[in-house]
Design a protein. Sequence first.
Length: 347
Amino acid sequence: MVKKIYIYSIIPDMAVDSQFVIENPSLKTGRKGKFISCTISDRTGKLSCRIWGPYGCGRDDIESVSRIITEYEGHIFRISGKADKFNDELTVNINDGLRYLSEPVDEKKVTTSDYIYSPADIDGNKTKIFELIDSIKNDGLKELVHTVIKKSDGFFDKPAARTKHHDYNGGLAEHSLEVAQIALSSCSSICGVRLNRDITLAGAILHDIGKCQSFKRKGLYFASLPAYSLIGHITPAMQTLSRYTSFVDDNTYQELLHIIQSHHGEYGEIRPQTPEAWAVHFADNTSAMLHEVSEDLKTAKKGEILWGKRSEGMVFCTESCEEEQPDEERKSPGAAKNQMTFTDCFD
Ligand SMILES: [Fe+2]
Ligand SMILES: [Fe+2]
């Protein structure tokens, strides 16, 4: 089956019959009985999907499909259903198409790159992050950050989240780079406030390093592990950094740990207590929230106000937000991104 429909082209009321990767399947119980909630994806994006089965479909049928797509999570399936808006969110609903979900598509017969969603410029982000690390003046701290990143399990490939922001291959490094760039801009643009550039930069790059332990490759994407919600990512980051105490003096080490420990801000266990920790916390929020609002507005029309599932608040589509993306960007997402260079931000 040739792939004819891509995520970016799906609009409400459209009949959808094409192949997509299934991510994050979850068996749920609603008013009408069991259904499966999941995400479908291809190289152009991701979309919510609900699998209900045909009219009169039994609970056993849904549970059996749930077991199959959970086992083959991250693999390609034929998705046959209809797109609709549900709670302001575009969703593909599957009824009769349940029968196509008994096995995944043979991936030898498809071009797998058509199914991997990553707007991140993975190689470009890698170069920029190593440039930033090289700019750290404290040699021990530079060595520490360099070693942690080099020895990490997938820092440049894994996502930063399961569904909220930067939830795609390469998202963790992209988010960390953004946090570093935004936090560093605070160092040079806030009058009369002295921030230690080295500590700010090291903390920003490493603030989410614990997320490397939250995901593992499954098929064509990275699935979240139970540790993602059971343990979170601060404790694993602390465990990782504890191997490198000898690289820096005690004060520097404590300041770095404090940034990571407090980066969730007001509502974390530890509130930020240094300008550097606040700078990283706000940079983290800025990077995350702007991506979430932007994603929430992706299918909105000019003048529309809707509930943003990712940002968990109302979002409004201005004239500029509805502007069409250039065709090239839609065909190969990522091509027009990341054109901002290191020197654009921090001369
Ligand atoms: Fe975090
Ligand atoms: Fe973060």
